[in-house]
Design a binder for this molecule. Structure first.
Ligand code: SF4
Ligand code: SF4
Length: 167
């Protein structure tokens, strides 16, 4: 199955507002799934995945969890949007415009893709050119700064964990 590919620097350089990227996730009115995708990208790429995670300690409602892989996960049904985590991160890697109190969801259009492998999700159709795409990608490509987050998402972004040319 193709992966949803997001080129984060291209999106930033496009100057587009994220809420202009439409989402077809059915179960929330006015859903903005691209926000949840960028949150995943942020925790996968920019976050230093500190062993002592100041963001986790700062959260007053235990909404942040450091997973076994080191990746931080936000339980958005617990998050109250106080943004204490944003202030607590010593590296400034939590971007308040991405950590939204209003919960967004994205199911990566997996149902549609199972029925039609060439299906093109609405976010890909509505995102600025060259920022979102569906791609057959079988391996990460550190030379091109392309890394995977789970089985269905590929993120192009400078990634602090990888030296250029090495995985
Ligand atoms: S404090 Fe910042 S860099 Fe460290 S785990 Fe939390 S978000 Fe990541
Ligand atoms: S914004 Fe959400 S995740 Fe961050 S500290 Fe506040 S409640 Fe926790």
């Amino acid at each position: 199955m193709k992966k949803l590919f997001i080129d984060v620097p291209a999106l930033i350089n496009s100057g587009a507002a994220v809420d202009q990227i439409k989402c077809e996730y059915l179960f929330h009115r006015k859903n903005n799934g691209a926000f949840s995708l960028l949150e995943v990208a942020q925790f996968a790429s920019y976050c230093r995945q500190c062993t002592e995670s100041f963001c986790v300690s700062a959260c007053p409602v235990e909404a942040l969890e450091r997973q076994e892989t080191g990746t931080i996960k936000r339980h958005n049904m617990r998050c109250v949007g106080c943004k204490s985590c944003v202030l607590a991160c010593p590296f400034g890697t939590i971007f308040p415009e991405v950590i939204n109190y209003v919960t967004c969801q994205c199911d990566l259009c997996l149902n549609q893709l199972e029925q039609d492998p060439d299906y093109v999700p609405l976010c890909v159709k509505t995102a600025p050119a060259q920022t979102f795409a569906m791609k057959e990608l079988t391996e990460e490509d550190p030379q091109q700064h392309i890394y995977f987050s789970g089985k269905h998402l590929a993120i192009k972004s400078p990634n602090w964990r990888h030296k250029e040319g090495k995985s």
